[in-house]
Design a protein around this ligand. Structure first.
Ligand SMILES: [Zn+2]
Length: 367
Protein backbone atom coordinates (compact mmCIF):
# COMPACT_ATOMS: atom_id res chain seq x y z
CA UNK A 1 0.00 0.00 0.00
CA UNK A 2 2.79 2.39 0.96
CA UNK A 3 4.41 1.83 -2.42
CA UNK A 4 1.61 3.62 -4.25
CA UNK A 5 2.06 6.83 -2.30
CA UNK A 6 5.79 6.55 -2.03
CA UNK A 7 6.79 5.97 -5.65
CA UNK A 8 5.49 9.15 -7.33
CA UNK A 9 7.41 11.11 -4.70
CA UNK A 10 10.65 9.30 -5.54
CA UNK A 11 10.03 9.74 -9.26
CA UNK A 12 9.39 13.49 -9.01
CA UNK A 13 12.38 13.93 -6.74
CA UNK A 14 14.72 11.86 -8.86
CA UNK A 15 13.55 13.52 -12.05
CA UNK A 16 14.39 16.91 -10.68
CA UNK A 17 17.80 15.60 -9.68
CA UNK A 18 18.35 14.01 -13.07
CA UNK A 19 18.22 10.43 -11.83
CA UNK A 20 15.19 9.34 -13.80
CA UNK A 21 17.16 7.20 -16.24
CA UNK A 22 18.54 5.04 -13.44
CA UNK A 23 15.12 4.04 -12.18
CA UNK A 24 13.02 1.21 -13.58
CA UNK A 25 10.60 2.61 -16.16
CA UNK A 26 7.55 1.10 -14.55
CA UNK A 27 7.30 -0.22 -11.03
CA UNK A 28 3.90 -1.73 -11.85
CA UNK A 29 3.91 -5.27 -13.21
CA UNK A 30 0.24 -6.11 -13.03
CA UNK A 31 -3.05 -5.83 -14.85
CA UNK A 32 -6.52 -5.74 -13.34
CA UNK A 33 -8.83 -7.20 -16.00
CA UNK A 34 -12.21 -6.89 -14.29
CA UNK A 35 -14.01 -6.14 -17.55
CA UNK A 36 -12.48 -9.03 -19.48
CA UNK A 37 -14.59 -12.01 -18.41
CA UNK A 38 -17.76 -13.00 -16.61
CA UNK A 39 -16.04 -15.88 -14.82
CA UNK A 40 -17.20 -16.64 -11.26
CA UNK A 41 -15.61 -14.49 -8.57
CA UNK A 42 -16.32 -17.00 -5.81
CA UNK A 43 -13.51 -19.56 -5.81
CA UNK A 44 -14.82 -23.14 -5.71
CA UNK A 45 -12.89 -25.86 -3.93
CA UNK A 46 -11.61 -28.44 -6.37
CA UNK A 47 -9.28 -31.37 -5.89
CA UNK A 48 -5.74 -30.99 -7.25
CA UNK A 49 -5.72 -34.70 -8.23
CA UNK A 50 -7.25 -34.81 -11.68
CA UNK A 51 -8.50 -37.71 -13.78
CA UNK A 52 -9.81 -37.95 -17.35
CA UNK A 53 -13.60 -37.81 -17.83
CA UNK A 54 -14.09 -40.62 -20.38
CA UNK A 55 -12.07 -43.51 -21.87
CA UNK A 56 -12.96 -44.92 -25.24
CA UNK A 57 -11.62 -48.11 -26.82
CA UNK A 58 -10.51 -47.50 -30.41
CA UNK A 59 -9.28 -50.96 -31.48
CA UNK A 60 -6.33 -53.23 -30.80
CA UNK A 61 -2.59 -52.54 -30.82
CA UNK A 62 0.52 -54.76 -30.31
CA UNK A 63 1.68 -52.52 -27.40
CA UNK A 64 -0.45 -49.58 -26.38
CA UNK A 65 -1.50 -46.41 -28.14
CA UNK A 66 -3.47 -43.63 -26.60
CA UNK A 67 -4.60 -40.17 -27.53
CA UNK A 68 -5.35 -37.36 -25.12
CA UNK A 69 -8.08 -35.03 -26.36
CA UNK A 70 -10.25 -32.30 -24.90
CA UNK A 71 -13.74 -31.74 -26.24
CA UNK A 72 -14.45 -28.19 -27.40
CA UNK A 73 -18.13 -27.84 -28.34
CA UNK A 74 -18.09 -31.64 -28.69
CA UNK A 75 -15.16 -31.61 -31.15
CA UNK A 76 -11.95 -33.38 -29.98
CA UNK A 77 -8.86 -31.14 -29.82
CA UNK A 78 -5.43 -32.75 -29.23
CA UNK A 79 -3.65 -32.29 -25.89
CA UNK A 80 -0.07 -31.94 -27.12
CA UNK A 81 3.19 -31.36 -25.25
CA UNK A 82 2.04 -33.02 -22.02
CA UNK A 83 4.89 -34.68 -20.16
CA UNK A 84 3.79 -37.90 -18.52
CA UNK A 85 5.66 -40.59 -16.65
CA UNK A 86 5.08 -44.28 -16.19
CA UNK A 87 6.88 -47.15 -14.52
CA UNK A 88 7.56 -50.21 -16.65
CA UNK A 89 8.76 -53.66 -15.65
CA UNK A 90 12.04 -54.53 -17.43
CA UNK A 91 14.47 -57.44 -17.10
CA UNK A 92 16.63 -55.31 -14.82
CA UNK A 93 13.68 -54.28 -12.67
CA UNK A 94 11.27 -51.38 -12.56
CA UNK A 95 12.18 -48.38 -14.68
CA UNK A 96 10.58 -44.93 -14.78
CA UNK A 97 10.10 -43.52 -18.26
CA UNK A 98 9.19 -40.02 -19.40
CA UNK A 99 6.93 -39.59 -22.39
CA UNK A 100 5.40 -36.59 -24.10
CA UNK A 101 2.19 -36.35 -26.12
CA UNK A 102 2.87 -35.41 -29.76
CA UNK A 103 1.08 -32.72 -31.81
CA UNK A 104 -1.93 -35.03 -32.16
CA UNK A 105 -1.97 -35.83 -28.44
CA UNK A 106 -0.68 -39.36 -29.17
CA UNK A 107 1.67 -41.60 -27.23
CA UNK A 108 2.68 -45.04 -28.52
CA UNK A 109 4.33 -47.82 -26.54
CA UNK A 110 5.76 -50.57 -28.79
CA UNK A 111 5.31 -53.14 -26.06
CA UNK A 112 3.05 -53.37 -23.04
CA UNK A 113 3.09 -56.65 -21.12
CA UNK A 114 0.73 -56.27 -18.17
CA UNK A 115 -3.02 -55.81 -18.42
CA UNK A 116 -2.97 -52.08 -17.62
CA UNK A 117 -0.44 -49.30 -17.56
CA UNK A 118 -0.58 -46.22 -15.31
CA UNK A 119 0.54 -42.70 -16.12
CA UNK A 120 0.92 -39.56 -14.15
CA UNK A 121 1.87 -35.96 -14.68
CA UNK A 122 2.42 -32.90 -12.55
CA UNK A 123 1.73 -29.48 -14.03
CA UNK A 124 5.04 -28.06 -12.89
CA UNK A 125 7.45 -27.34 -15.74
CA UNK A 126 10.59 -25.18 -15.87
CA UNK A 127 8.80 -22.29 -17.58
CA UNK A 128 5.33 -22.60 -16.09
CA UNK A 129 3.10 -24.33 -13.60
CA UNK A 130 -0.65 -24.75 -13.21
CA UNK A 131 -1.89 -24.89 -9.65
CA UNK A 132 -4.70 -24.10 -7.28
CA UNK A 133 -3.85 -21.44 -4.74
CA UNK A 134 -1.90 -24.01 -2.73
CA UNK A 135 -0.88 -27.04 -4.83
CA UNK A 136 0.24 -28.03 -8.32
CA UNK A 137 -2.33 -30.02 -10.25
CA UNK A 138 -1.56 -33.66 -10.97
CA UNK A 139 -3.20 -35.98 -13.47
CA UNK A 140 -3.38 -39.74 -13.16
CA UNK A 141 -4.85 -42.27 -15.53
CA UNK A 142 -4.66 -45.91 -16.50
CA UNK A 143 -5.10 -47.46 -19.93
CA UNK A 144 -5.31 -51.09 -21.06
CA UNK A 145 -2.39 -52.76 -22.90
CA UNK A 146 -2.87 -54.27 -26.39
CA UNK A 147 -5.35 -51.54 -27.22
CA UNK A 148 -5.83 -48.10 -28.68
CA UNK A 149 -7.54 -45.81 -26.21
CA UNK A 150 -8.96 -42.31 -26.44
CA UNK A 151 -8.47 -40.46 -23.15
CA UNK A 152 -11.07 -37.71 -23.12
CA UNK A 153 -11.48 -34.49 -21.11
CA UNK A 154 -14.76 -32.64 -21.12
CA UNK A 155 -15.00 -28.89 -21.48
CA UNK A 156 -16.70 -28.26 -18.13
CA UNK A 157 -14.85 -30.67 -15.80
CA UNK A 158 -12.05 -29.54 -13.47
CA UNK A 159 -9.57 -31.68 -15.40
CA UNK A 160 -10.88 -30.25 -18.69
CA UNK A 161 -10.42 -26.69 -17.40
CA UNK A 162 -6.80 -27.34 -16.36
CA UNK A 163 -6.10 -29.14 -19.64
CA UNK A 164 -7.55 -26.13 -21.49
CA UNK A 165 -5.02 -23.83 -19.76
CA UNK A 166 -2.26 -26.29 -20.71
CA UNK A 167 -3.42 -26.14 -24.34
CA UNK A 168 -3.22 -22.32 -24.43
CA UNK A 169 0.30 -22.44 -22.95
CA UNK A 170 1.37 -25.05 -25.54
CA UNK A 171 0.05 -22.99 -28.44
CA UNK A 172 1.82 -19.93 -27.09
CA UNK A 173 5.07 -21.88 -26.65
CA UNK A 174 4.93 -23.19 -30.21
CA UNK A 175 4.18 -19.73 -31.62
CA UNK A 176 6.89 -18.04 -29.55
CA UNK A 177 9.44 -20.71 -30.51
CA UNK A 178 8.89 -19.71 -34.16
CA UNK A 179 10.19 -16.21 -33.47
CA UNK A 180 12.44 -16.59 -30.44
CA UNK A 181 14.98 -18.81 -28.71
CA UNK A 182 12.81 -18.32 -25.56
CA UNK A 183 15.79 -17.01 -23.57
CA UNK A 184 13.70 -13.97 -22.61
CA UNK A 185 11.42 -16.34 -20.62
CA UNK A 186 13.69 -16.52 -17.61
CA UNK A 187 11.19 -16.75 -14.75
CA UNK A 188 8.51 -19.42 -14.31
CA UNK A 189 4.95 -18.22 -14.87
CA UNK A 190 2.50 -19.50 -12.30
CA UNK A 191 -1.04 -20.08 -13.61
CA UNK A 192 -3.51 -20.13 -10.73
CA UNK A 193 -6.96 -21.62 -11.31
CA UNK A 194 -9.62 -21.14 -10.05
CA UNK A 195 -9.04 -17.55 -8.92
CA UNK A 196 -11.31 -14.70 -7.84
CA UNK A 197 -10.79 -12.83 -11.10
CA UNK A 198 -8.79 -12.79 -14.34
CA UNK A 199 -5.66 -10.74 -13.86
CA UNK A 200 -1.88 -10.69 -13.99
CA UNK A 201 0.47 -9.80 -11.18
CA UNK A 202 4.26 -10.31 -10.93
CA UNK A 203 4.70 -13.58 -12.89
CA UNK A 204 1.37 -14.93 -11.71
CA UNK A 205 -1.61 -15.38 -14.03
CA UNK A 206 -4.93 -15.71 -12.15
CA UNK A 207 -7.85 -17.29 -13.98
CA UNK A 208 -11.54 -17.83 -13.22
CA UNK A 209 -12.06 -20.35 -16.04
CA UNK A 210 -9.78 -22.45 -18.21
CA UNK A 211 -11.82 -22.88 -21.37
CA UNK A 212 -11.94 -19.13 -22.13
CA UNK A 213 -8.96 -19.46 -24.47
CA UNK A 214 -8.81 -15.78 -25.39
CA UNK A 215 -8.98 -14.61 -21.77
CA UNK A 216 -6.32 -17.16 -20.72
CA UNK A 217 -4.10 -16.14 -23.66
CA UNK A 218 -4.60 -12.42 -22.88
CA UNK A 219 -3.51 -12.89 -19.27
CA UNK A 220 -0.57 -15.01 -20.38
CA UNK A 221 0.20 -12.21 -22.85
CA UNK A 222 0.77 -9.87 -19.90
CA UNK A 223 3.30 -12.31 -18.45
CA UNK A 224 5.15 -12.61 -21.77
CA UNK A 225 5.06 -8.81 -22.32
CA UNK A 226 6.54 -8.45 -18.84
CA UNK A 227 9.36 -10.99 -19.29
CA UNK A 228 10.20 -9.70 -22.77
CA UNK A 229 10.31 -6.13 -21.35
CA UNK A 230 8.30 -4.82 -24.28
CA UNK A 231 6.78 -1.89 -22.44
CA UNK A 232 5.21 -0.35 -19.41
CA UNK A 233 2.07 -1.44 -17.58
CA UNK A 234 -0.54 1.19 -16.90
CA UNK A 235 -2.07 -0.12 -13.70
CA UNK A 236 -5.70 0.20 -12.65
CA UNK A 237 -8.91 -1.08 -14.21
CA UNK A 238 -9.88 -0.41 -17.82
CA UNK A 239 -12.66 -0.79 -20.40
CA UNK A 240 -11.83 -2.08 -23.87
CA UNK A 241 -13.89 0.51 -25.75
CA UNK A 242 -12.70 3.56 -23.83
CA UNK A 243 -9.57 5.71 -23.83
CA UNK A 244 -7.27 5.94 -20.83
CA UNK A 245 -3.47 6.05 -20.44
CA UNK A 246 -0.92 5.36 -23.20
CA UNK A 247 0.84 2.68 -21.15
CA UNK A 248 -2.34 0.82 -20.24
CA UNK A 249 -3.65 0.88 -23.81
CA UNK A 250 -0.29 -0.48 -24.97
CA UNK A 251 -0.01 -3.28 -22.40
CA UNK A 252 -3.66 -4.34 -22.70
CA UNK A 253 -3.66 -4.03 -26.48
CA UNK A 254 -0.45 -6.05 -26.77
CA UNK A 255 -1.86 -8.77 -24.47
CA UNK A 256 -4.92 -9.15 -26.72
CA UNK A 257 -2.69 -9.06 -29.80
CA UNK A 258 -0.77 -11.96 -28.24
CA UNK A 259 -4.04 -13.90 -27.81
CA UNK A 260 -4.84 -13.32 -31.48
CA UNK A 261 -1.33 -14.03 -32.73
CA UNK A 262 -1.12 -17.36 -30.86
CA UNK A 263 -4.66 -18.55 -31.64
CA UNK A 264 -5.99 -17.00 -34.83
CA UNK A 265 -4.85 -17.38 -38.43
CA UNK A 266 -3.16 -14.15 -39.55
CA UNK A 267 -5.01 -14.45 -42.86
CA UNK A 268 -8.43 -14.42 -41.16
CA UNK A 269 -10.33 -11.49 -42.70
CA UNK A 270 -12.72 -11.39 -39.74
CA UNK A 271 -10.31 -12.03 -36.87
CA UNK A 272 -12.23 -12.06 -33.59
CA UNK A 273 -12.25 -13.33 -30.03
CA UNK A 274 -14.95 -15.42 -28.41
CA UNK A 275 -15.15 -14.93 -24.63
CA UNK A 276 -13.08 -11.78 -24.11
CA UNK A 277 -15.13 -8.84 -22.73
CA UNK A 278 -18.63 -10.41 -22.75
CA UNK A 279 -20.50 -7.11 -22.98
CA UNK A 280 -18.85 -6.46 -26.39
CA UNK A 281 -18.23 -10.04 -27.56
CA UNK A 282 -17.24 -11.10 -30.07
CA UNK A 283 -14.42 -8.57 -30.11
CA UNK A 284 -13.59 -8.07 -33.80
CA UNK A 285 -10.10 -6.65 -34.24
CA UNK A 286 -9.82 -6.71 -38.00
CA UNK A 287 -12.79 -4.33 -38.10
CA UNK A 288 -13.09 -2.21 -34.95
CA UNK A 289 -16.60 -0.75 -34.39
CA UNK A 290 -16.81 3.02 -34.94
CA UNK A 291 -18.11 3.84 -31.44
CA UNK A 292 -14.80 2.66 -29.91
CA UNK A 293 -12.56 5.55 -28.83
CA UNK A 294 -10.33 6.33 -31.83
CA UNK A 295 -7.12 7.36 -30.10
CA UNK A 296 -3.91 5.51 -29.35
CA UNK A 297 -4.94 5.48 -25.68
CA UNK A 298 -7.49 2.75 -26.56
CA UNK A 299 -6.42 -0.89 -26.16
CA UNK A 300 -8.79 -2.36 -28.78
CA UNK A 301 -7.25 -0.12 -31.45
CA UNK A 302 -3.71 -0.97 -30.29
CA UNK A 303 -4.53 -4.67 -30.83
CA UNK A 304 -5.92 -3.90 -34.27
CA UNK A 305 -2.89 -1.73 -35.17
CA UNK A 306 -0.42 -4.48 -34.20
CA UNK A 307 -2.51 -7.07 -36.07
CA UNK A 308 -2.52 -4.90 -39.19
CA UNK A 309 1.27 -4.59 -39.06
CA UNK A 310 1.67 -8.34 -39.47
CA UNK A 311 -1.37 -9.45 -41.48
CA UNK A 312 -0.86 -7.25 -44.54
CA UNK A 313 0.30 -10.14 -46.67
CA UNK A 314 -1.98 -12.88 -47.91
CA UNK A 315 0.97 -15.26 -47.85
CA UNK A 316 1.20 -16.98 -44.46
CA UNK A 317 4.95 -17.33 -44.68
CA UNK A 318 5.57 -13.61 -45.15
CA UNK A 319 3.29 -12.94 -42.17
CA UNK A 320 5.57 -15.19 -40.11
CA UNK A 321 8.55 -13.04 -41.14
CA UNK A 322 6.62 -9.93 -40.05
CA UNK A 323 5.71 -11.41 -36.65
CA UNK A 324 9.36 -12.35 -36.09
CA UNK A 325 10.46 -8.82 -36.96
CA UNK A 326 7.75 -7.32 -34.74
CA UNK A 327 8.87 -9.56 -31.87
CA UNK A 328 12.60 -8.86 -32.34
CA UNK A 329 12.17 -5.10 -32.71
CA UNK A 330 10.05 -4.73 -29.56
CA UNK A 331 12.00 -7.17 -27.38
CA UNK A 332 13.47 -5.20 -24.44
CA UNK A 333 12.14 -1.98 -26.02
CA UNK A 334 10.50 -0.83 -22.75
CA UNK A 335 8.25 1.60 -24.59
CA UNK A 336 5.54 3.62 -22.89
CA UNK A 337 2.97 3.92 -25.70
CA UNK A 338 2.03 2.42 -29.06
CA UNK A 339 3.41 5.63 -30.65
CA UNK A 340 6.80 4.93 -29.06
CA UNK A 341 6.51 1.32 -30.26
CA UNK A 342 5.82 2.52 -33.83
CA UNK A 343 8.84 4.88 -33.64
CA UNK A 344 10.95 1.97 -32.43
CA UNK A 345 9.83 -0.12 -35.42
CA UNK A 346 10.66 2.72 -37.84
CA UNK A 347 14.17 2.87 -36.34
CA UNK A 348 14.46 -0.83 -37.19
CA UNK A 349 13.64 -0.16 -40.82
CA UNK A 350 9.87 -0.69 -41.08
CA UNK A 351 8.34 1.09 -44.08
CA UNK A 352 7.31 4.61 -43.04
CA UNK A 353 4.50 5.14 -45.58
CA UNK A 354 2.94 1.82 -44.67
CA UNK A 355 3.25 2.63 -40.96
CA UNK A 356 1.49 5.99 -41.43
CA UNK A 357 -1.25 4.32 -43.44
CA UNK A 358 -1.84 1.63 -40.78
CA UNK A 359 -1.72 4.30 -38.06
CA UNK A 360 -4.37 6.47 -39.77
CA UNK A 361 -6.58 3.47 -40.36
CA UNK A 362 -6.52 2.42 -36.70
CA UNK A 363 -6.37 5.73 -34.83
CA UNK A 364 -8.82 7.92 -36.76
CA UNK A 365 -9.03 10.53 -33.98
CA UNK A 366 -5.24 10.88 -33.84
CA UNK A 367 -3.85 11.25 -37.35
ZN1 LIG B 1 -5.23 -7.30 -19.39
Amino acid sequence: MNKKIFLPVILILSYSLGWASFLPISPIRSSDDRDISRGPRRVPNISESLAPDVYQNAGSHPGALFQLVRLVKNQPTPVSGLRITTVVNTRIGLRKIDLITDTNGLVELPSCESSNISFQTQFNETRYSISSRSKFYTLQFQIPCKAKTAVIFKEDSSAGQVIAIHQVIQRALITLAQVSDLKFWSRPIRFVFPADGDYYNNDQVSLTLGHQWDVVAHEMGHAIYDQAAIGEFGGGSHKIDQCYSYAMALSEGWASFFAGWTHIDLRDRDAKFEYLVPRRAPIRFENVPSDVCGKSTNEWRVTSFLWDLVDQNQDGEISQVATKKLWDDLLNARVGSIKEAADQLLKHGWNKDQMIQVWKLNFPQEP
